[in-house]
Design a protein around this ligand. Structure first.
Ligand code: ZN
Ligand code: ZN
Length: 213
């Protein structure tokens, strides 16, 4: 058995022995989170996300083999940006059946098209190719997080940003909408960098209650 498989198996085995009672997911729901590096991805950063998600959700987290972003997802009208919507549909379609939630991770810039009443939000030049930190449907099986817009020279601040965006998008995947509670990790303010830095580290009590019932 190759080392990576042994490692994944060991993690799965150990993690299934953990109690799920303090996890912010519905008790008894057997989730396995897969981290999918999209192209070359920083391995220290990958380990950081793996560790944070294991500690936070108390479910097994496995690292999937790196896969390249399809060139068809690239849009060049505002520099190089990959379609977040295309990525999450593709991730959900291609993830192994054993993975219940797949988190795509990229250093490339990603975008979505902001809509209002079914139309591209005006001005179209701004919102057709709108740069984002992450994207996850509600509910959904997959999300994607880019650190392209999260960069800062302050390492701790960067890690906080990354963790906040990953847990925010996984919250959407679990069915959570944006939350009006200021300190909640599901606050819509967390789609702006100024407020990600001040975000709380957890879902608020109301969101946690909703997730567990
Ligand atoms: Zn959101
Ligand atoms: Zn909340």
């Amino acid at each position: 058995m190759p080392n990576t498989l042994v490692r994944q198996f060991t993690i799965l085995f150990a993690a299934t022995l953990l109690s799920y009672c303090s996890s912010p997911i519905k008790p008894g729901s057997k989730q396995i989170i897969g981290l999918q590096p999209l192209g070359k991805y920083d391995t220290t950063q990958l380990s950081y996300i793996e560790k944070e998600l294991q500690q936070f959700f108390k479910v097994p987290v496995v690292i999937l083999h790196e896969t390249a972003l399809p060139a068809a997802f690239l849009n060049t009208t505002k520099g190089e940006r990959y379609s977040g919507d295309s990525i999450i549909k593709w991730l959900a379609f291609n993830a192994p059946d054993s993975i219940t939630k797949v988190v795509g991770l990229t250093h490339k810039d990603i975008f979505t098209t902001k809509k209002e009443n079914g139309q591209i939000k005006k001005p179209e030049s701004t919102y057709a190719v709108w740069g984002i930190f992450g994207l996850g449907y509600r509910p959904g099986r997959s999300c994607v997080i880019s650190d392209f817009r999260l960069k800062t020279s302050e390492h701790t601040k960067f890690q906080h940003r990354l963790r906040t965006v990953v847990i925010h998008e996984l919250g959407h995947n679990q069915g959570l909408d944006h939350c009006p509670a200021k300190n909640c990790i599901m606050s819509d303010a967390n789609e702006r960098i100024q407020t990600v830095d001040n975000s709380g580290v957890n879902y608020c009590g109301k969101c946690l209650h909703w997730l567990k019932h």
